[in-house]
Design a protein around this ligand. Structure first.
Ligand code: GP9
Ligand code: MN
Length: 642
């Protein structure tokens, strides 16, 4: 056996041990500092997270640099040099990438790294002194090599038992660092799922764990899901595509809004239950009620969201694909190939904009938006918070969002598509007192949450009304197709309270309104079931643009078979299906025959077999959508369509 490995022949002095341990230790501490400064300089730092950030980055620093202690001295320098180089490269790339587009580099985006070539000029202009800190580890290794290599025996490594102690100590540090992160997360949110499955705020995530931990977490997820789509899945998709009936290219009302601007308002947590409703003698949403009367009002329209909430609604409306039941497509499949509505509009001569008062990293929007076709995003930093409203993700009030967006819209070259996403009616729905203008008695049967929700929705409704008036005043209204929908339910049980009759219980709190203004179609309330996947083909037809064949939704003004289907979050199995004459609701165990099949209207219990066909058809739809997204197979699917 090599005596150098056993260390038996050496009578190493304490100084040797200290010297051996100190270099990786210094590098691990430097790594903590690099992570902290990365966050501070990019505005991602939060004092609340500083302890967990320190511990968990130290843990990762130990993982990176610790193994150097296990090598012979010469190899240990080689190892440290290589690992330092990778770390420095990672820090610099992430730092520049974030400065460039307020995005984090994800594993899924690495295959686009070749595009960096075209950015060389831009990168040069972005080089800044901060980068020196991110290469400081390399300098430390180099200096240690130059000055330290002669100080100890060339073959010195830690002898056997010391090595075991060191390994155990490193494992303990790593274990403790990550455990502490999980512990604080659980304490704050009741679960640790926000660190990996329900990831929504990448900025906060990097704030908590540091950019390198984030990158590794994202990479592991990417590797784990890489082979989720099997050859059998691809065959299924191929058969599904082959059987899909060809859609009507140009339906009724095709192009009645040709070349008009498209203005979308996606309203936070707006449930259909509050539309045309009064509470203590007051209309909850007077502006929307009026708009519903003066447009196409879809009264039986549903949201389908998984863990991605708002982002899932954006995903399904803009792609006419289902979101995922167990992960967030905006985050995990941001770099897929899509043919989203904004991109389709660009191809037809439009300019496309997104306007939302949050940071662009929220829901990874800044990473996925370009691929969806948004050419420009206006985010929190583009707005002035004239007064702080709401306690949701940001405190930009909807009145500020709308009033400041008005002027912006005026400046856009037409035709344009502008998607505005509101936020004041976001949980916890707490508004400043003077903005709570619904007169609700202190003693009511409303829960505190419902009380605050109604106030918030009432405030947002007013802001929407003012915005529409503004569009009329600045002349944009007449030349625009305006589409308003709620993003998802409010999770307040408001629909139960407002006693929505004729509703399918399983779907009641996922029912949201959709209102299309200025469509050129006679004003009416449409009671046929519809889903957010139908938005895309419906809008495209009205604008006189043929939707790609890949859309899974239907044009609501041209379908004879309206259908709404929701899946179960996590498992992805069918939860409920609604057609013009049937309602299927699944049982808890998800077994088809254990569910219920009812007539619509009338809610008469029917033999379960009456729902078999629609169940099979809709299960296939959801499965196909899932495979398309998880396998990045939109082009494959498209090529196999008739
Ligand atoms: C955040 C906002 C709210 O930017 O859109 O998202 P949600 O928490 O509802 O998914
Ligand atoms: Mn939302």
């Amino acid at each position: 056996m090599d005596t150098a490995i056993t260390g038996k022949k050496y009578s190493a002095k304490p100084a040797d041990y200290i010297r051996a341990i100190s270099l990786p230790l210094i590098l691990a501490v430097l790594f903590v500092a690099q992570n902290h400064f990365f966050n501070v300089w990019l505005g991602l730092y939060s004092k609340t997270y500083s302890v967990r950030l320190s511990l968990v980055t130290f843990a990762l620093g130990v993982v990176f640099y610790g193994p150097a202690l296990l090598f012979k001295k010469r190899y240990s320098y080689v190892y440290l040099f290589i690992i330092s180089f990778i770390i420095s490269f990672g820090f610099c790339a992430e730092f520049l990438y974030y400065q460039y587009g307020q995005n984090f580099l994800q594993a899924s985006a690495l295959r686009y790294i070749g595009e960096a070539g075209s950015l060389v000029g831009t990168i040069k202009t972005m080089l800044s002194p901060e980068l020196l800190l991110f290469i400081a580890n390399l300098a430390v290794v180099l200096a240690a090599y130059v000055f330290g290599r002669k100080k100890t025996d060339a073959k010195f490594i830690l002898p056997g038992w010391e090595r075991i102690i060191i390994i155990l100590a490193m494992i303990a540090i790593v274990f403790f660092g990550y455990k502490y992160l999980l512990y604080t997360e659980k304490k704050e949110w009741g679960s640790t799922s926000r660190l990996y499955t329900d990831v929504y705020d990448l900025k906060a995530l990097v704030g908590k764990m540091g950019i390198m931990n984030f990158f590794l977490e994202d990479t592991f997820k990417y590797i784990l899901r890489a082979n989720l789509v099997t050859e059998k899945d691809k065959d299924f998709l191929k058969t599904f595509a082959g059987k899909k009936p060809a859609q009507i290219a140009e339906g009724k009302f095709f192009g009645v809004n040709k070349n008009k601007n498209l203005i979308i308002i996606q309203v936070e947590s707006l449930e259909n239950a509050v539309i045309n409703r009064e509470i203590y003698g007051q209309e909850i949403t007077p502006s929307l009620n009026q708009l519903a009367r003066h447009g196409l009002y879809f009264n039986n329209f549903y949201a389908q969201v998984g863990p991605g909430n708002t982002a899932d609604t954006e995903f399904s409306t803009m792609n006419s694909l289902y979101p995922l039941p167990n992960s967030v497509a905006f985050i995990d499949y941001a770099k897929n190939t899509y043919k989203a509505l904004p991109q389709l509009l660009i191809d037809n001569g439009y300019k496309t904009y997104s306007l939302h008062g949050d940071v662009p990293t929220f829901w990874n929007r800044s990473n996925i938006y370009p691929g969806l076709g948004y050419q420009k995003t206006f985010a929190l930093s583009d707005y002035t918070v004239t007064r702080s409203v709401g306690k949701g993700p940001s405190d930009l009030g909807d009145e500020d969002l709308f009033s400041q967006s008005l002027a912006r819209l005026e400046s856009f070259k037409q035709p344009f598509m502008a998607t505005l996403i509101t936020m004041s009616s976001h949980t916890p729905f707490i508004l400043p007192d003077d903005l709570q203008t619904l007169n609700l008695p202190a003693e009511t049967n409303l829960t505190q949450l419902q009380w605050e929700y109604l106030q918030a929705v009432h405030y947002t409704d007013k802001a929407i009304g003012e915005f529409i008036d503004g569009l009329k005043q600045n002349g944009l209204y007449d030349n625009s197709l305006i589409v308003i929908w709620g993003d998802h339910g409010s999770y307040t049980k408001i629909s139960e309270l407002l006693n929505q009759e004729n509703k399918i219980p399983r779907l009641a709190d996922q029912q949201v309104p959709m209102i299309i203004l200025n469509s050129g179609v006679e004003n009416q309330t449409i009671n046929e079931p519809a889903s957010q996947l139908d938005v895309y083909p419906t809008i495209a037809n009205l604008l006189g643009i043929v939707s790609p064949k890949t859309v899974l939704g239907q044009d609501l003004l041209n379908t004879k078979t309206p259908v709404e289907t929701n899946f179960k979050i996590v498992s992805g199995g069918i939860d409920a299906i609604l057609t013009s004459n049937l309602a299927y609701q699944a049982s808890e165990d998800g077994v088809f025959s254990h569910g219920s099949c009812e007539s619509v209207p009338g809610a008469k219990l029917l033999p379960i077999t009456d729902c078999q066909n629609i169940y099979t058809e809709q299960s296939n739809n959801i499965k196909a959508s899932n495979i398309i997204v998880r396998g990045n197979l939109l082009n494959f699917y498209s090529a196999n369509l008739k």
